[in-house]
Design a protein around this ligand. Structure first.
Ligand code: HEC
Length: 119
């Protein structure tokens, strides 16, 4: 149900017909709100590459989000405002690897990385 909402939100953003300004709210469930609502839809589902835990520079992330990058859609400031963008870029840049983030009980856990510790 949640993912349907996110799908609809992202589709609206992609079609540039939504007037949704995401405010830079405190992180929900330990994740940045914008990441959870927008980026996660693709970047935790294998549509886009994993971006967590790679220490990508915040400025690079902001640039990709604002201007797009090949298959990555761009988001205007009317869709993700500057404060929310700065917040999500900082959070993604400093985030631990996605294994930890998908362990959140609130997320559907796409089981991307199999644990190979017990070998
Ligand atoms: C509609 C799906 C979609 C959404 C939503 C999305 N991305 Fe992406 N993103 C992609 C895809 C696909 C790529 C890979 C682009 C390519 O290489 O062709 C990508 C690439 C990126 C990259 C470059 C990764 C690298 O390896 O250099 C960054 C950074 C990024 N996205 C950040 C974000 C952030 C931050 C958000 C949320 C504000 C977000 N993306 C939302 C699909 C998405």
């Amino acid at each position: 149900m949640q993912s349907n909402k996110i799908r609809i939100l992202v589709a609206s953003l992609a079609l540039s017909c939504a007037h949704i300004a995401l405010a830079a709210d405190p992180p929900a469930e330990g994740r940045d709100r914008t990441y959870a609502k927008v980026c996660s839809f693709c970047h935790d589902k294998g549509v886009g590459p994993a971006i967590l835990g790679r220490a990508l520079p915040a400025a690079y992330i902001e640039n990709v989000v604002r201007h797009g990058f090949r298959a990555m859609p761009s988001f205007r400031s009317s869709e993700i405002d500057n404060a929310a963008l700065a917040s999500v870029a900082r959070w993604v840049s400093q985030s631990p690897a996605s294994k930890a983030s998908t362990a959140s009980p609130a997320s559907p856990a796409p089981s991307a990385a199999p644990a190979t510790k017990a070998q």
